[in-house]
Design a protein around this ligand. Structure first.
Ligand code: MLC
Ligand code: AMP
Length: 511
């Protein structure tokens, strides 16, 4: 990497090319604070200078676990500018979860919420992070903003290649530990442009943003599209229907996971009038039930546009802006993205219409898992297609539908939960023989994490006891909604636990 060359693959340069005037808003918070595009350039420049002062060099990881705020997003942009690799972490992760990420990614700098500094600083120091800073949510609080206020705003963006890494996002592994998906400037930049054009984002758009900004959806899909069109966002800390209806009149578009749509449908304020000025509602990260799509259309007159992607690939397919948005389908491959359906065992392409493994290839697809060459190799075909782990089919018009998952994964409210991770924690509890964690249909979260547990004879553990122990280890969204006790788990002749039988037995648990 070299410094200060005008033509660079730096994603920030791509954003700069379309950036509107300095006084135009980038983010307005629900509390009424505005961060302009001028602030975007100045504050990210100050932060990038602070990173350099702290010894961050291109290729270093900057790990961040903070609450949502405009400045949290500016850290991402400062990383791009400094050629550092941005590593956002879910604010619900516990100390023991964070230890793994810090140990694996070896960040030079860790940025935490001020209230967590006392807990996290010793751990990050012990694991070798040279610098530790804090960031609050008001744009002023925290050591990072104190240092940034004293640093110059001018910064010469580091020239990077399209293939250089911009971010690492951890996704849980089916069998073992979380894997860091390595995303390049080119991966993110190409997808941002494809989505902007497909969804017709312009500088007139205002995106109502109530998603977290530490995962692909709220981070890259939302903000990269906004930054690629000079549009603006209204930031809400979380999904809150009162706030959504208060702020929606100023918005033109919204992105959400299916739980957003399910919850807003329960609100009497949702109707044609309150959504009349909206141009587009987009859903993704988990299956949107066709019923939800239809109910939304009846109540508001808007057909939700569903798209499909994943951390490793950014977005792969989208229903069209002008053509039919088909309920239950995730639409057509995005420009530049190839999608095929194969036999999951052999990887051989299947005839049109057959159900099989969804595989994707394109400039959006990541380069591999951080320091896991074997896992990376196992998830790519020889011709470069990435094996998504999702099962689907393609209809004669080219629309892709997801019909299931080839991976043992639960998606709860748009968050991925890998059963193995929860089972490992339950099985480690004294008094437990074994457990099976399954996802069951759940009206609100789509799937509800559910644990079926076998106790040792005489063990007096209750559901509440196990929950209390898990709460210390696992982020809140991974916690089972229910823990059920059984004498034995059903097994097949190979002595593999038959989760399908458990799913059938308890299918109405959350009805
Ligand atoms: C919170 N809880 C959850 C949960 N979120 N439980 C299961 N699943 C979830 N997703 C827990 C809380 O800890 C709390 O537990 C209880 O449920 C009630 O909390 P709540 O107040 O109802 O939760 P809320 O804050 O409203 O959050 C629900 C949600 C939120 C669905 C709005 O989880 C959310 O914003 N999800 C979006 C996730 C996302 O961005 N996914 C994109 C990943 S990227 P207790 O016991 O403490 O009371 C990706 C790629 C792609 O997938 O294609 O986009
Ligand atoms: P993540 O690893 O958190 O990025 O989650 C990616 C996974 O979410 C995909 O592999 C799919 O299983 C799922 N997913 C994303 N979008 C959709 C969608 N529109 N419909 C169904 N599943 C989806």
């Amino acid at each position: 990497m070299e410094l200060g060359v005008a033509m660079s693959g730096n994603l920030f340069s791509q954003f700069l090319q379309v950036m509107p005037g300095a006084d135009r808003p980038f983010i307005r918070t629900s509390s009424g604070r505005t961060v302009t595009y001028g602030d975007v350039v100045a504050v990210s420049g100050r932060m990038a200078n602070v990173f350099v002062q702290l010894g961050v060099v291109p290729g270093d990881r900057v790990a961040v676990q903070v609450e949502k705020s405009p400045e949290a997003l500016l850290i991402y942009l400062a990383c791009l500018r400094a050629g550092a690799i941005y590593l956002p972490l879910n604010s619900a992760y516990t100390l023991s979860e964070l230890e793994y990420f810090v140990g694996d990614a070896e960040p030079r700098l860790f940025i935490s919420a001020p209230e967590k500094a006392e807990l996290l600083r010793p751990m990050t120091e012990r694991l070798g992070a040279a610098a530790f800073e804090t960031l609050g949510t008001d744009g002023e609080t925290g050591s990072l903003m104190e240092k940034a206020a004293k640093a110059p705003s001018d910064f010469i963006d580091v020239a990077v290649k399209q293939t250089d890494l911009a971010a690492i996002l951890y996704t849980s592994g089916t069998t073992g530990r979380s894997k860091g998906a390595m995303l390049s400037h080119g991966n993110l930049g190409s997808n941002a442009v494809a989505l902007r054009d497909t969804w017709r984002f312009t500088s007139k758009d205002v995106l109502l943003h109530a998603l977290p900004i530490f995962h692909t959806h709220g981070l890259f899909v939302a903000s990269n599209v906004v930054l690629s069109s000079g549009a603006s966002m209204i930031f809400l800390p979380k999904l809150d229907p009162d706030e959504m209806f208060r702020l929606m009149p100023d918005a033109t578009t919204m992105m959400g996971v299916p739980t957003f749509y399910v919850r807003l449908l329960q609100d009497k304020r949702l109707n044609r009038d309150t959504t009349r000025h909206m141009r587009l509602f987009i859903s993704g990260s988990a299956p949107l039930l066709a019923d939800t799509h239809r109910e939304w259309a009846e109540r508001t007159g808007h057909a939700i546009l569903e798209r499909y992607g994943m951390t490793e690939t950014n977005m792969n397919t989208s229903n069209p802006y002008d053509g039919a948005r088909i309920p239950g389908s995730v639409g057509l491959p995005l420009p530049g993205v190839s999608v095929r359906i194969t036999d999951p065992e052999t990887g051989v392409a299947l005839p049109a219409g057959d159900i099989g493994m969804i595989e994707v290839k394109g400039p959006n697809v990541f380069s591999g898992y951080w320091r896991m060459p074997e896992k990376t190799k196992a998830e790519f075909r020889a011709d470069g297609f990435f094996i998504t782990g999702d099962l689907g089919q393609i209809d004669p018009r080219g629309y892709v539908s997801i019909v299931g998952r080839g991976k043992d994964l639960i998606i709860s409210g748009g968050y991925n939960v890998y059963p193995k991770e929860v089972e490992t924690e339950i099985d480690a509890i004294p008094g437990v023989i074994e457990s099976a964690v399954i996802g069951l249909a759940h009206r609100d979260f789509g799937e509800g994490v559910t644990a079926v547990v076998v106790l040792k004879k005489g063990a007096a553990l209750t559901e509440a006891d196990i929950m209390a122990l898990l709460r210390e280890k696992l982020a809140n969204y991974k916690l089972p909604k229910r823990i059920l006790f059984v004498e034995d788990l059903p097994r097949n002749t190979m002595s593999k636990v038959q989760k399908n039988i458990l799913r059938e037995t308890y299918q109405h648990l959350y009805a």
